[in-house]
Design a protein around this ligand. Structure first.
Ligand SMILES: [Fe+2]
Ligand SMILES: [Fe+2]
Length: 380
């Protein structure tokens, strides 16, 4: 291809460049000055001179979160064929069809594509009305949380430093959007009333959305996603809920983000230890407690001990918080002991024959797929 350049005035081009240079110098100087005086300045945390975001590349974060998320990205049309989603490409549909053709007749029957109505009928066959309502109560607590996870990750995208961390948060925004819309459709298929946010969770999620900077990572990726992981872990083996295994994998990646991010951009001593921040973290953990009590009846209906769930949430979240350096005004070991005592005291008062139990340990085991015999008996 032959390109024929147009004739323009070289002198005019030089003048334009010089003018741009002067104005640029003045604008950048003004913005640097305003930023120094904390009166504003450049809004974007972007370094155009180095073609990178402030904070540098952070390639490890990008590889562990953005690249990995893209590799593991799942499509609702393939994984939940009963849903209304049409998000698979023709190549992905073809690969799925080829995989189905390679199965034996028996395997194919087990993986038969079921329509939305088939799926709803199956849920009605598998569960009583009371059980469906209980599952929806537990799942909708997470479903509402997914809405906030979407909003919080979108806000964090503008607040984390480095190209790698922004790439990681971009994938989280995408995954939370998918979690919200897919989970809502799954919950609607149960055809029972969907509860509003319990006030304890409302309070927790609003506090996370309002938290400053990386404290959002603590509230969302440590506490809220710790709750989601435990509930997904305990429900994913139930009939019709297998897709929750995929949610679980995504959330596990999200809970690893604070540790990976703070490994690259550590908090200062003051950020870790300031009494206000330590208090704020405890304030974000505490609403999870009454939430656990509130879910006791519904969890028991499907053979799950809510205090196992509470123990698992506390065990998981406190371990992740300790590793990432998010301290509270109380040491986590004391918090685990105290909360375990509160759970046991409640059980002594309300469950005849209750024997003292380490709910942290039994909860971790229960969220791996085993339900509690004590509550199964009581719920029966
Ligand atoms: Fe999520
Ligand atoms: Fe998440």
């Amino acid at each position: 291809m032959t390109i024929r350049p147009l004739r323009v005035s070289l002198r005019a081009a030089q003048v334009q460049r010089r003018v741009e240079g002067w104005v640029n110098g003045a604008v950048r100087l003004r913005d640097r000055g305003l930023a120094k005086l904390r009166l504003g300045g450049r809004i974007a945390d972007y370094d155009d001179e180095n073609y990178s975001f402030i904070g540098g590349e952070a390639e490890v974060l990008r590889k562990r979160h953005y690249d990995k998320s893209l590799r593991l990205l799942w499509k609702a049309q393939i994984e939940a064929p009963w849903s209304s989603f049409r998000d698979a490409t023709s190549a992905e549909r073809e690969i799925r069809n080829m995989a189905l053709r390679a199965l034996t007749d028996e395997e194919r029957a087990a993986r038969e594509v079921i329509s939305s109505q088939d799926y709803r009928d199956m849920l009605k066959r598998e569960y009583t009305l009371e059980q469906r309502q209980a599952i929806v109560t537990l799942l909708s607590a997470i479903g509402h949380g997914e809405a906030y996870a979407w909003l919080v990750s979108a806000r964090l995208l503008g607040e984390v430093r480095s190209t790698g961390a922004k790439a990681a948060l971009t994938m989280q925004v995408l995954e939370e959007a998918k979690h919200f819309v897919v989970l809502r459709e799954l919950i609607e298929a149960f055809e029972v009333d969907i509860p509003r946010l319990p006030v304890w969770e409302y309070d927790l999620l609003e506090a996370v959305l309002a938290a400053e900077g990386v404290e959002k990572l603590f509230g969302m990726n440590v506490v809220v996603e710790g709750i989601a992981l435990s509930i997904f872990g305990i429900l994913a083996d139930m009939p019709g809920l297998e897709i929750l295994h995929l949610f679980h994998k995504d959330e596990a990646r999200h809970t690893a983000l604070p540790l990976n991010y703070l490994g690259e951009f550590p908090m200062s001593w003051w950020e870790r230890n300031s009494p206000r921040r330590r208090m704020g973290r405890l304030r974000m953990i505490l609403p999870a407690l009454p939430l656990v009590f509130m879910l006791e009846k519904d969890a028991a209906t499907i053979g799950i001990d809510a205090f196992d769930l509470g123990g698992a949430i506390l065990g998981r979240a406190s371990k992740n918080a300790e590793r990432a350096g998010f301290l509270t005004v109380l040491p986590y070991s004391a918090l685990r002991t105290e909360i375990n005592l509160v759970f046991n005291a409640w059980c002594f008062l309300t469950r005849p024959g209750h024997e003292f139990r380490d709910f942290i340990r039994s909860g971790m085991a229960a969220t791996e797929g085993h339900s509690s015999p004590e509550v199964t008996e009581q719920a029966a």
